[in-house]
Design a protein. Sequence first.
Lengths: 208, 87
Amino acid sequence: MSANIYITASCKISEQVIYKNGQPVFKGGKSDLAEFLLEAYRHFTLDYPKFHKMDNLSKLGWLANETLLRDSFDKEKYKPKDVGIVLSNANASLDTDVKYYETAKSIASPALFVYTLPNIVIGEISIRHHFKGENAFFISEHFDAGFIEQYVSSLINNNTLQCCICGWVDVLAKNYNATLFLIEKDTSANSVNFAKENLTKIHELQNG
Amino acid sequence: MDKLMSDLKTQIIAQLNLQDTKPEDIGDDQPLFVEGLGLDSIDALELIVLLQQQYKIKLSNAEDGPKVFKTVRTMAEYITAHQAQNA
């Protein structure tokens, strides 16, 4: 457990449901991921035309982050360089790599090509909120809560970051799963200690 | 020319995934980039793909890009000139 560091908010998206701090805030009716994400985007009346151009991985991460930060994040507390993003997943950008490969058989799509790296989702979130802090994207077979705790704690404890958005954003074909955590030094109403047990518990929250 | 410009607007919206934009929102002489429709450099590449896919036109000189893709009208003029040249 990391002393004096807290999970102050969380967001989970899986099986057509979006959870904020463990509570469902949106249940979609579309089984197709792109349609479900668009449904959620419209439900929350978000206004960000660039969203429509993103690949599914970026849309999923971007939407999870919008839900995570809404009513939970005080941007005024931090400088742009204070806020970092550390994400992970199992399938990197493979979902888009495959789609790009298909277009490359005729005329390769530049709009798809720019999403053939998993860390682009970090860029999309950073552009949206003007975050300029340290960032990293790790690939692992399963969500490695211990590693995320250790890595993010190190960034916060050595004052590289004052705040970090971290977690898991994964998409491959019909399968998707996102869990984001807001990590800060100050406690809040919903905060729990930044510990791998809490990360795992929130990540493994089941629908229903 | 009017029909071509109308087709181009529909094709631009589809190619660039401009979901919240309707063809009538795009003016014939409205700048496509920056202060106009707000397109970016990746969109410029997609417009080159659009010319290639829909009109079999390859932009041979990249420096022509800003002139060709300035507005829907300049795109239509370029396509018309290219088609007349190859008729």
